[in-house]
Structure formats: structure tokens, C-alpha cells
Design a protein around this ligand. Structure first.
Ligand code: PMV
Length: 340
């Protein structure tokens, strides 16, 4: 099974644009129980489930239109991306799946209010917004679960960025991946806060898709990961249901530490942390030892995301003055009007 065959089944035949331009927003998401390893590379089918929290107004707005040009025009945060850049190449590969050779090329314009490729899930919100825009542009009228499978083809974690709040991604069992999509968990937790501790905005030295393969193929510890995820998923879901913040934070932090431990045991080793990352972790642990319910999670980059509650926001901000605080349950408009 490849992407093309999957899409042939899912999309209406001979689709054409139904509007001149379509524009959509998708929030970025941070995994509390991580996705790290695939059962199928091409289709981005994960080995395990995962669970995330979306970051409300932090994300990507993407517009799509056709233009009369020799090649696709890709504009990221106002800058025209050159066709030799990896960002362009990767997007082009994805766009080629949806090109019905009319005349001209795609013009894709994306604005993100988070750093690109710095472990802040820029590809997640980018591909999710693009898929939502494609759905509008071509008038496919796909359900959000179907769109989630499309976003997954661009970047695995993108399938979780079609909703606000807590989102679970089911690994699925099918070889074609139609059962590997995400879904929103209904719990609303307005007091929850996510803090972005940006250490570095630069692109990561090794992309997550490559690091994931390297870990799964070379780490002698990797076999323990599915079991770890299975346990953490149960604990995190229970913590969300019960609004048990300590259990949520503790399990999420532990899950991230295990993922990074796997990476360190890869050959060659992968270390996204910098000295500053470790120093900040120690600061979090010291604060916790003094009674502050503060936790972190870390993705494929040196930056940390802190988890805490509204009541502790002032104290946490005082400790980390550069912290950008996100309210994941800030009431904002729905991610799209696609059918549920
Ligand atoms: O979807 P990708 O290929 O960008 O991988 C995401 C990997 C992590 O961010 C580290 C974990 C996750 O579940 O988002």
C-alpha cells in the first residue's frame, strides 16, 4: 500500500477546485504521551498510540490557490521558500499527491506564530492547516477523521492538530491506515497551562522522522517502548478524566524522559538537549521538591514545554521570566467547519 493508492480510495475522482482560494487555521500540538516509531514508514503509521494537547492560538494559517507559474510558490512567514530547500521539497512531495494537472501551479502561503522545525511541532500545525485548506479548496467534504488520516501522511503528529484540547491518536491495525486517525477527548480543563521555554529557535540538527527511524533500528532498548506507552496512555487518560494534575504532569514528564533515553541509546546517539535544557530541567525538579506542581515535556529539540496550573502561573513566570504561557482551553473558534 502506498499513499497514492490510499488517496484514490478516499478522494472523489476527478476533483476540481470549487473556489479560487481557501484558507484555514490549525493549532500546534504537544504530545503528553509521545509518538516515536512507525509500523509503516510511507504512510506514517505509528507503532503505538499517542496523546497530545493543542496550543489554542499557537499554530499555522495556510492558504492555497492556483497560480500561473512554472513551479509551486511556497511562502512561509512572508518569505518565498526556494525550491532547493528541504522545506520546499518535503511540501512538494505532499502537494504532488493532490495535483490534478490543471494549468499552473499551487501557491501555498503559511504564517506560523511558533518557531519552524525547532521541536515545537511546526510541521504538525502546518500539514493540518494545509489539509483543512485543501478540503475547502477542492470541496471534498471529508470528515475530520478522514482529514486526520490525510494530515498524517504529511507528518505523523499533524493528525492530532485538527482539534483543540486533548487529542488521542489511535495507532490502528489496518495496512492501509484508514483506522489510524486522531480524535478529541471531550474533557475541558480551563486551569491547565502550557509554558514554552524557548532555548533555541534554530532548525533541529536531525529531523524527527530520521531520528525516529534511527532509534527504532539501532536502540537495544527500543523493544520496551510499546509497553511504556501502553502504561502511560492509561495513566494519562485517567489523570485527564479525574483532573489529577500531578499524575498528568508526572506521567507526561516521565514519558518524555524515556523517549529521550531511547534516542541516547541509538547508534549514533541522538541528543536534542543542550546544557541549558538540562539546567532548566534541574530548576523544575528543584521547584517541585519545594512543593510547586510543575512538570515539563520535551520533543525533538532543546526547548522545554512546562505544564502547570493557573493558580501557580505567577510563581512559574517569576522563575522563568522568558516563559510564554499558553492557555490550551482558551475559548477560540473551532479548528474548521469540516464535519465530525
Ligand atoms: O510527526 P513528526 O514526524 O514531526 O514526529 C513527532 C515526534 C514528537 O514530536 C517528538 C512526538 C510527538 O508525538 O509529537
Amino acid at each position: 500500500m502506498n499513499k497514492e493508492t490510499y488517496l484514490e480510495k478516499l478522494l472523489p475522482s476527478g476533483y476540481q477546485p470549487v473556489r479560487a482560494i481557501a484558507s484555514q487555521y490549525a493549532p500546534t500540538n504537544i504530545a503528553l504521551c509521545k509518538y516515536w516509531g512507525k509500523r509503516h514508514q510511507g504512510l506514517n503509521l505509528p507503532l503505538t498510540g499517542s496523546l497530545s494537547i493543542s496550543l489554542a492560538d499557537k499554530g499555522a494559517t495556510t492558504s492555497i490557490s492556483y497560480v500561473d507559474a512554472p513551479e509551486d510558490i511556497i511562502i512561509l512567514n512572508g518569505r518565498s521558500v526556494e525550491s532547493f530547500e528541504p522545506f520546499y521539497q518535503r511540501l512538494l512531495e505532499f502537494l504532488n499527491l493532490f495535483r490534478h494537472d490543471i494549468h499552473g501551479a499551487f501557491k501555498i502561503e503559511t504564517t506560523m506564530n511558533i518557531p519552524v522545525a525547532a521541536g515545537l511541532a511546526s510541521s504538525a500545525c502546518g500539514y493540518a492547516a494545509l489539509v483543512l485548506a485543501l478540503n475547502d479548496f477542492y470541496g471534498w467534504q471529508l470528515s475530520k477523521s478522514q482529514l486526520s488520516t490525510l494530515a498524517r501522511l504529511g507528518s505523523g503528529s499533524a493528525c492530532r492538530s485538527l482539534w483543540h484540547g486533548f487529542v488521542e491518536w489511535y495507532p490502528g491495525e489496518s495496512l492501509e491506515g484508514e483506522d489510524s486517525f486522531a480524535e478529541q477527548i471531550q474533557t475541558v480543563w480551563p486551569e491547565l497551562r502550557v509554558g514554552l521555554l524557548i532555548i533555541e529557535n534554530k532548525e533541529k540538527p536531525i529531523p524527527s522522522r530520521q531520528a525516529m527511524i534511527q532509534t527504532a533500528e539501532t536502540s537495544t532498548l527500543y523493544h520496551a517502548w510499546p509497553k511504556q506507552v501502553e502504561q502511560d496512555m492509561v495513566k494519562i487518560k485517567e489523570a485527564i478524566k479525574e483532573k489529577d494534575f500531578y499524575a498528568l504532569g508526572e506521567t507526561s514528564e516521565h514519558n518524555a524522559m524515556v523517549m529521550h533515553a531511547l534516542m541516547m541509546s541509538a547508534r549514533p546517539p541522538i541528543i536534542y538537549s543542550q546544557a541549558k535544557t538540562i539546567a532548566l530541567m534541574e530548576q523544575v525538579w528543584a521547584a517541585r521538591a519545594l512543593g510547586l506542581p510543575l512538570f515539563f515535556t520535551q520533543d525533538a529539540g532543546p526547548n522545554l514545554k512546562l505544564l502547570f496550573l493557573e493558580k501557580d502561573e505567577a510563581e512559574v513566570k517569576e522563575m522563568f521570566p522568558s516563559l510564554e504561557v499558553v492557555q490550551p482551553f482558551l475559548p477560540i473558534r473551532e479548528v474548521s467547519d469540516a464535519t465530525e
